[in-house]
Write a protein that binds this ligand. Structure first.
Ligand code: FMN
Length: 169
């Protein structure tokens, strides 16, 4: 599967089959994140793979009590140590973790899995469940697993609406 195949195959999976993710697949996912670019190559982050069923159950209340989160056999968390604002005005750590999570989730697709990115989480609760220190910021959370059913991604805006070559009109 090439990168565009993975991008085409992706959709947000919100119910997972009762099937564990093989350890070698999790390793490939985490390696994809480890190799992702970070601002100034600082790598001030931790990329966490949560597979312990007890911790996954505790992640449900940390994710606004969304029940299907608890059906995922794997939850990925990208968190960063401290922060700094780049010249462009953006948080280096937020961008780092977002890229890292994108690499990991695309690798999950290559491994035949599905995922759903989660914005509905309480960072302080995630820190408590996963023993993440106070000086870390939880940026991204995603559920991963084998989809329980088939699905397809939501409609996207047309090329004309979102793609610009050179200057905006
Ligand atoms: C930053 C971000 C946060 C998201 N948060 C949630 C969430 O909390 N719960 C959820 O069910 N889906 C969440 N999603 C998934 C989006 O709803 C989904 O990507 C969007 O509806 C498009 O559908 P598709 O991914 O199938 O193309 C999130 C996606 C992104 C990128």
């Amino acid at each position: 599967m090439n990168v565009m195949d993975a991008i085409q195959a992706r959709w947000s999976v919100r119910t997972y089959a009762l099937r564990a993710v093989e350890p070698e697949k999790i390793e490939a996912i985490m390696e994809a994140g480890r190799l992702a670019p970070t601002a100034s190559n600082e790598q001030k982050w931790r990329l966490i793979a949560v597979t312990d069923p007890e911790l996954i159950a505790q992640m449900v209340p940390a994710c606004k009590d969304v029940a299907w989160v608890g059906t995922a056999p794997l939850i990925l968390v990208a968190c960063s140590e401290g922060d700094r604002t780049m010249v462009c005005g953006q948080s280096a750590r937020t961008v780092d973790c977002t890229i890292g999570m994108s690499y990991m989730t695309l690798e999950a697709i290559e491994q035949g899995l599905g995922f759903c990115w989660l914005g509905w989480f309480y960072p302080e609760k995630v820190c408590e469940v996963l023993n993440i220190p106070d000086d870390f910021m939880v940026v991204a959370v995603a559920t991963v697993g084998y989809p329980a059913r088939e699905g397809k991604r939501s409609p996207k805006k047309s090329t004309d609406e979102v793609i610009v070559y050179n200057r905006m009109a």
